[in-house]
Design a protein around this ligand. Structure first.
Ligand SMILES: [Zn+2]
Length: 244
């Protein structure tokens, strides 16, 4: 077990897949979430926080954690009760301009309207132990922004979320897993201690990076059909090249 690299799972939406959505594959039902988490425990992975797993070498092997991007209401309604019951440390990456609104960035690309958690719901979930990180203000492709807009999306999102929660925000997630060396440097300059990414199927190859880079921590993307068998194949493929 000690030889297995630790694993960061990535979720977005919960509930039955809605075929009208352009990202219907992102929906994970309560039953599937529970099966995925149980199978992580059954394979010997122990739960850890994202910060432990990414920044402390003692947690580099044999641990897992959950991250959820964007901040939809289905996190509070469906996922969090299960994650809390199974005591899996979880980090929610919030699109700060979307708080209390809807997924406007997806709607611009043709998606259905999906409600986002409100300020009071975020505060309640944080008080119950859900960790929070920044996922920009407006969910742009950060590599396409000029320096001023990049700095604003990265730094202001964390600052505003910290103000809302009354606690420091030290973690960041790149929208669409889209980053390059300039974006990565902006995250470091803004004072974050780690950033999470993901390798999407049709995205450009990642830039050169240090092994197990805390500012491009690799995650495994969970989808509507990621049954436990598929999950462990996915994990093996994703971390095979991580060099941990
Ligand atoms: Zn996102």
């Amino acid at each position: 077990m000690e030889s297995k690299p630790s694993v960061i799972l990535l979720y977005h939406r919960f509930g039955s897949p809605l075929n009208r959505s352009t990202v219907s594959g992102q929906y994970v039902t309560a039953g599937l979430l529970r099966a995925q988490l149980r199978s992580m425990f059954a394979h010997g992975y122990r739960p850890a926080t994202l910060t432990q797993l990414v920044t402390d070498p003692a947690y580099a092997h044999g641990y897992f954690t959950v991250t959820i991007d964007d901040g939809y209401t289905s996190v509070g309604e469906i996922a969090w009760p299960i994650l809390r019951e199974l005591q899996v440390p979880t980090t929610l990456f919030v699109v700060v301009d979307g708080i209390g609104g809807t997924n406007s960035w997806d709607q611009r690309e043709g998606d259905i309207v999906v409600p986002m958690l409100s300020e009071s719901e975020l505060r309640r979930l944080a008080a119950e132990g859900l960790a929070m990180g920044a996922h920009t203000l407006t969910h742009p492709r950060l590599t396409q922004l000029d320096d001023a807009a990049l700095q604003r999306e990265v730094a202001e999102s964390g600052a505003r979320l910290a103000q809302l929660l009354g606690t420091p925000v030290t973690t960041f997630s790149y929208p669409y897993g889209n980053w390059d060396t300039r974006v990565r440097q902006a995250v470091i300059d803004a004072g974050y201690t780690l950033a999470t990414a993901t390798k999407l199927k049709d995205a450009a190859p990642w830039p050169e990076r240090p092994a197990s880079d805390p500012f491009s921590a690799l995650r495994v993307n969970m989808r509507w059909n990621t049954i436990p068998f598929a999950l462990h194949n996915k994990i093996a493929r994703a971390y095979a090249k991580e060099g941990r």
